[in-house]
Design a protein around this ligand. Structure first.
Ligand SMILES: Cc1ncc(COP(=O)(O)O)c(C=O)c1O
Length: 427
């Protein structure tokens, strides 16, 4: 006898979780080799450090004494040498020296990419119905995490140097009035060369945002955290580095910092790291114990050696120059081929340009423009994907994220030429 199943065995979380657009975009790029992808956040293929990694792995595996520990399980928190080197490196980037609790290796967790840290932190902070504030627009993969957790999302408008603080305060005030502040857990910022807009948040704005959040904690009845996602921080090729929120001393116990070695070194290694204040640190460490009880030990030791030997720093210097050139190539192509009515912002680092089309030109995945671009074998990330479901505004549908990360110089020029030709038909 056949059993008819009425109810699904899937959990509520599984049923809430939509298909991640990132997987579709990556698959599209991989399955159509002729397609010029100005979409996915893949990094520059040509400069991936094959020789550096070969040499470093050979060093690790040269003797049984160094090889065996690397081929064994490690700890849940992560390799102590890698934590120590990372802590020192980032404290120095923030202009600090000496011992500082904010950058202590004891408060760090090494993760499988910073993506895992974002996921576990959200798991540790949010129950369904809890609220997270994000930049409007923001990193669309993080929006997927929030949707999957059943979190409510509110978008904070952006200015050229990051968050619109007036809008942030307005949202906090309205949450207080409606009694929803109790559910507000965090503000998520992609603070360096933001994915998708390329905007960097000034240090002054980070401090001002932390101060504002603190002012509303009494009404919330619990801490409200700043989750700083610094995935692109080291990919700077113009201007001065900006301090991280960890450097805002009096607020560092409200900062969760997510960093990564994917973008600045070898993307495929997916080693991320973060500093977390208590009690989030312990909660995330326990969650990681359940997820995988530790990031690959071999990959952590590889990064620790690359940092200690200076190979990492040398490679990063070359990478920054390479991305500076690729950004220049894209800028020149945009000037030559994009219609004047399209506005675009030029980043000082990272992998993305952000273009705004006239309001009546739709750029979403189902739009004629997107389909026409695909027919010409070129594609981009529709801006629409980067906006949260926020009932207080309509999602803009006239923007696009265009990446110079993975395409060759030739493909950047050709991709922008094709996209420009398509745009001219719609604008
Ligand atoms: C803003 C942002 N954060 C985090 C990540 C995750 O990177 P990884 O997990 O490789 O560290 C990405 C990847 O594209 C990103 O764009």
């Amino acid at each position: 006898m056949k059993l008819k199943m009425k109810a699904s065995a899937l959990s509520q979380l599984a049923r809430r979780t939509g298909p991640p657009p990132i997987s579709w975009l990556m698959q599209l790029a991989l399955s159509r080799p002729k397609l010029i992808s100005l979409a996915a956040g893949f990094t520059d293929n040509e400069s991936l450090p094959v020789e550096e990694i070969r040499e470093t792995l050979a060093e690790i595996l040269r003797t049984r004494k160094t090889g065996q520990p690397a081929l064994q399980y490690g700890s849940t928190q992560g390799d102590p040498v890698l934590r120590k080197l990372t802590a020192k490196y980032f404290q120095r980037l923030d202009g600090g020296t000496g011992s500082s609790r904010a950058y202590s290796p004891e408060r760090m967790i090494i993760t499988n990419g910073s993506q895992q840290l974002l996921y576990m932190t959200t798991e540790a902070l949010c129950d369904p119905g809890d609220i997270v504030l994000v930049e409007d627009p923001t990193y669309f993969v993080y929006l997927g995490i929030l949707q999957s957790r059943g979190a409510t999302v509110r978008g904070v408008r952006m200015e050229n140097d990051g968050l619109d603080l007036v809008h942030l305060e307005k949202i906090l005030e309205s949450l207080k009035k409606s009694g929803e502040l109790r559910r507000l857990k965090a503000l998520y910022l992609v603070s360096y060369f933001q994915n998708p807009t390329g905007i960097t948040t000034s240090f002054a704005k980070k401090i001002a945002a932390l101060k504002l959040l603190k002012n509303y904690e009494r009404a919330a009845g619990h801490p409200i955290y700043l989750l700083e996602d610094a995935a692109y921080r080291e990919l700077r090729f113009g201007g001065e580095d900006v301090k991280s929120a960890l450097a805002a001393k009096e607020y560092s116990n409200r900062v969760i910092y997510a960093g990564t070695y994917s973008k600045p070194f070898a993307t495929g290694t997916r080693v991320g790291f973060g500093w977390l204040p208590e009690p989030v640190f312990t909660a995330v460490l326990r969650i990681k114990g359940n997820h995988d009880f530790g990031t690959s030990n071999l990959l952590q030791q590889l990064l620790a050696r690359a940092l200690a030997s200076g190979r990492y720093q040398r490679h990063l210097g070359e990478l920054q120059m390479r991305y500076a050139n690729k950004a220049r190539t894209m800028r020149a192509a945009l000037r030559e081929h994009f219609p004047n009515q399209v506005q675009w912002q030029e980043p000082e680092g990272g992998l993305y340009f952000w273009a705004r089309l006239p309001r009546n030109v739709k750029s979403g995945m189902k739009s004629k423009l997107f389909q026409a671009a695909l027919a010409k074998d070129v594609f981009y990330v529709p801006g629409l994907l980067c906006y949260a479901e926020d009932s207080t505004r309509r999602k803009p549908d006239n923007e696009m994220r265009i990446s110079f990360g993975s395409a060759s110089d030739e493909n950047i020029r050709e991709g922008i030429r094709r996209l420009g030709a398509v745009l001219k038909k719609f604008v």
